[in-house]
Design a protein around this ligand. Structure first.
Ligand code: ADP
Ligand code: F6P
Length: 317
């Protein structure tokens, strides 16, 4: 067996740790490992290079992905995937590890159906994959968000303002809910905790009447027009308000210790599965244990709604 490895979709801190674990675990078993650069794009173009232990020795602590990531919508087309399979065969690669989100998993499953063994690892800051409790990248991103929000709180409190912060998550609640809890935000707008602009305005007025001098609102991206909410607050309340859209700072940075641990566990497990002849599955950690599940079964399920987090947010102030 020869293993190809790629990172696909949005990059996430910890992807390098997973890459290192897969490479080291495979090499130790005498299996060659090939980096496929730029996700499925590099697979189609044949941008493939054999990895040595030295290539991955120093990457455990690095953010991003040293083999780069990309999106290639055309990979949905069979003819494009046939070219990718040809490239893999040219290098003798008969198994792949795909580190990415649900879109990348779909690509992997289709390659599996074309005779390439595959295992998916959950690499995304969004935590929107049902087959794992926590994805590679989520913890680091959450910590970055919390660090940034604490800075925003410093200045917001100094000016008695209402500070709005929009965070990533691609319609998944988790980055918004977890960061709101970790920063003590009273108002959160997320997919499963939607508030209208009027509800936010009424809430802010009520809080003002209680004598509050500072408010923090965490907003999950892609759900509402945050600029419009800011304007509505400014025009309809006596709160001085400011909006920060955190943006791509949330995707970078040194992975947290637990990120590196989990990415290494999952990377190691992926190689173990492939050597046992298991294919078409994605890896996760559930209740602290390494698990795997058929990719299609995993993709059918919605990622879990963090109802307990919503209840906590609604009942703390
Ligand atoms: P993520 O993996 O983070 O969900 P995307 O949804 O952008 O990110 O998917 C990453 C890549 O996976 C896409 O650019 C494409 O190359 C591949 N992909 C996505 N969906 C499919 C699909 N249905 N069939 C084959 N490949 C897909
Ligand atoms: O999926 C990861 C993610 O960072 C989402 O949270 C966000 O919506 C999206 O990717 C941003 O993608 P891009 O880097 O292409 O703007």
């Amino acid at each position: 067996m020869k293993i190809g490895i790629l990172t696909s979709g949005g990059d996430a801190p910890g992807m390098n740790a997973a890459l290192r674990a897969v490479t080291c675990a495979a090499l130790k078993k005498g299996i060659e490992v090939f980096a496929i650069y730029d996700g499925y794009k590099g697979m189609v173009e044949g941008n493939i290079k054999k990895l040595t232990k030295e290539d991955v020795d120093e990457i455990l602590n690095k953010g991003g992905t040293i083999i780069r990531s990309a999106r290639l919508p055309e990979f949905k087309e069979l003819e494009v995937r046939k070219k990718a399979v040809e490239q893999l065969k040219k290098h003798g690669i008969d198994a792949i590890v795909v580190i990415g989100g649900d879109g990348s998993y779909m690509g992997a499953k289709k390659l599996d159906e074309m005779g390439i063994r595959c295992v998916g690892l959950p690499g995304t800051i969004d935590n929107d994959i049902s087959s794992t409790d926590i994805t590679i990248g989520f913890d680091t991103s959450l910590n970055t968000i919390v660090e940034e929000i604490e800075k925003i709180k410093d200045t917001g409190k100094s000016h008695s303002r209402c500070m709005l912060v929009e965070v990533m998550g691609n319609r998944c609640d988790d980055l918004a809910l977890y960061s709101a809890i970790a920063t003590g935000a009273n108002i959160v707008i997320s997919k499963n905790h939607m508030l209208s602009n009027q509800q936010v305005i009424d809430d802010l007025k009520a809080r003002r009447n209680k004598g509050e001098m500072f408010e923090l609102i965490v907003i999950a991206e892609k759900l509402i027009d945050s600029e419009k909410l800011l304007k509505d607050i400014q025009e309809n309340t006596d709160w001085d308000a400011r909006l920060t859209i955190l943006g791509h700072t949330q995707r970078g940075g040194i992975p947290t210790a637990m990120e590196k641990v989990r990415a290494t566990q999952m990377g190691y497990y992926a190689v173990k599965l492939l050597t046992e002849g298991i294919t078409g599955v994605c890896v996760g950690i559930k209740d602290g244990k390494l698990v795997h599940e058929d990719i299609l079964e995993a993709l059918k399920k919605e990622s879990l709604v963090s109802n307990d987090m919503i209840e906590i947010i609604d009942n703390l102030d």
